[in-house]
Every structure is written in C-alpha cells, then in structure tokens.
Design a protein around this ligand. Structure first.
Ligand code: FUB
Length: 312
C-alpha cells in the first residue's frame, strides 16, 4: 500500500513539475491566449506580438501582423502549426496596420471559425477603429480562408465565441464595455441586436470577454482595469445574454508591470485551466507578452478560487 502511495506521489510530483513550465511558448512572443479543446489536444490561438520598428507598426504600442496556432496533447510539449492568417492577405484589413489583436476560434459541424479583430480599410458605421472578421478552415491547424468582409454591426475588439447546449452561438466582444449578439447558424453574421452587458463595474475599462458554462452557470469572465493594471474578474448568470451578477476575482493585478491580462478557461482531461499572459520574456516592455497556463479550481458552490500565477 505504502509503495503504491509513494508511486502516486511521484507521478503527481513529476506531472506538476512538467506542467509548470510557464511561459508556454519561448521562441516568440504570444499574448491573449484563446485555448480550445479539439479532439484530444488543446489548441491555443494567441495574438502574436512583434517588435515595432521604423515604418512597421507604432513605436511603444502593440504590433501584430499575423496569427499562429499552437497545440499540445499534454500542455507541456507544444507544436507551432505556423501562420494561419496574415494582415495583408485579409481583403478587408487595412494593409500594414499591424493591428491583428486578440482572436478566438470554435468548431461547428466540422468547420473551424477563427474570429479576429483588426482595423478595416473603410470606416465602420462612419467610425474609425476596430471591427471583427472571421476566417474558416476544415481543421484547427488551417488552412483558414478569410471572409471577404468583416461581420456587419461590430465596432470593437477581443471577439469571443460561445455555442450553447441548444446549438445557439453567441459572439461577445469589447470596446470599453462588453457586448453580445447571437450569431446565425452560418457563424459569419449577427442574428440579433447588439446588447451591452449590464451590471458590470461601471468604473474602468472592461475588455477581453470570455464566456463558458459549467453545471448550468454561465460565467462571463473579463479583464478589468481600475488602476493601470488589469485584474481578471467574473460575473455569473443563468443565460448567455445575462443578466450577470459580479461574482469575484480570478487573478489579481500583476505586481510586476504588464498592464494587460487576457485569458481563457477550459476543461481538459477533467482538470480546469486558466490561460493568461504576462511579459515574462520582455520584463522591460509590456507589449511583448507570453502566454501562460495554471490550474483553476471551483468551490462546491460554483465560485472560482483565485489563481496565483506560477513563477518561473
Ligand atoms: O493584444 C492587444 C490587446 O491587449 C487585446 O486586444 C487586449 O485584450 C489586451 O490584451
């Protein structure tokens, strides 16, 4: 019995050690991780931060020109499947705008829908700024074919897509507040009016929405900045459209500088995980970020226990 116990302890220690290798990707900058379980692998669709240089992006700001997708069967060994969408190959994106910000992806009926924000060639609803488009593939690794036009009716960033148990799809995004609309079955058009999510904190920027459901509770999770650095918070409700009630904090503000955080939450092989980012590989400049993951636990009443980031 005691040998069995020792063996179990060793297995547990080895698996914890091998998982605790944050940041997950070390040969390039990655941010805004949208993690998804497709089959028996986890796929992560992050933003791809690069260094802005003369004539390429805006100095001292976010600079992104493409997206890669990464996958892993054990959350330790990651495969980079390469570039899936490039700014100058998307018909509606303003060339050389370096604004391919936080994306998301979901599977429906064997097709993979990759949602991404960027700045369009034309103004949207006579406004400048970001909108959201979609690219479609037959496998999570691609190849993704971008739709010729962005989705009508969206001004904002940080798309997040959710399909409920009844098959209804929803798109969330941000632009100061958090917005939601139903998606049509084709996943490329809004089906309903755009609704602003109510009852969230009124002070400070809220962005990067991520919605998931567990045991009938809908969790709307989002970074919220009140005082320079983002904190991951959540609200709960019993419907994807709300109303939601603020429920707590998932991860406190980083004490070491990176002002953004952006996350996703998945269950993989009966364990829940929080994916998020920090500037581990660029401590002096927080627009060159790196994706991380840590275990996430729920209390019996469905509330989320705070996640403390694993240090390197
Ligand atoms: O990556 C650019 C922006 O920074 C994202 O859209 C926000 O969520 C923040 O992470």
């Amino acid at each position: 019995k005691s040998i069995f116990r020792i063996e179990m302890m060793l297995i547990f220690m080895i698996s914890s050690i091998s998982f605790a290798q944050n940041p997950l990707i070390q040969d390039q900058y990655t941010a805004d991780p949208s993690a998804r379980v497709f089959g028996d692998r986890v796929y992560v669709f992050p933003s791809h931060d690069i260094v802005a240089t003369e004539g390429k992006g805006r100095k001292d700001w976010f600079c992104m020109e493409d997206y890669h997708v990464f996958s892993s069967a054990n959350l330790t060994d990651w495969t980079d499947h390469g570039m899936i969408v490039q700014q100058n190959k998307v018909p509606w994106v303003k060339p050389d705008s370096y604004s391919m910000w936080a994306p998301d992806c979901i599977e429906r009926n064997g097709k993979y829908y990759f949602y991404f924000p960027s700045t369009p060639k034309d103004t949207i609803n006579s406004k400048r700024g970001f909108t959201v488009g979609v690219a479609i593939a037959n496998q999570p690794e691609g190849s993704y074919i971008p739709e010729p036009n962005p989705i009508k009716g969206i001004s904002g960033i940080d798309p997040n897509v959710f399909i409920d148990k009844d098959g209804q799809a929803y798109l969330y995004w941000s632009g100061g507040n958090i917005f939601v609309a139903k998606l049509k079955e084709n996943m490329t058009e809004l089906e309903s009016e755009v609704k602003t999510i109510e009852n969230l904190p009124t002070k400070g920027l809220k962005e990067g929405p991520y919605l998931f459901e567990r045991n009938g509770i809908y969790y709307l999770t989002y970074p919220h900045v009140e005082n320079k650095i983002e904190r991951l918070e959540y609200a709960t409700g019993d419907n994807p459209l709300g109303p939601f009630k603020v429920a707590g904090v998932i991860m406190d503000e980083s004490p070491t500088g990176c002002w953004t955080n952006h996350h996703s939450i998945i269950e993989f092989k009966k364990q829940w995980y929080l994916f998020y980012h920090h500037n581990d590989l660029s401590p002096e400049f927080d627009k060159l970020r790196s994706i991380r993951a840590d275990y996430l636990y729920f209390n019996p009443d469905g509330s989320i226990q705070k996640v403390v980031p694993t240090l390197r």
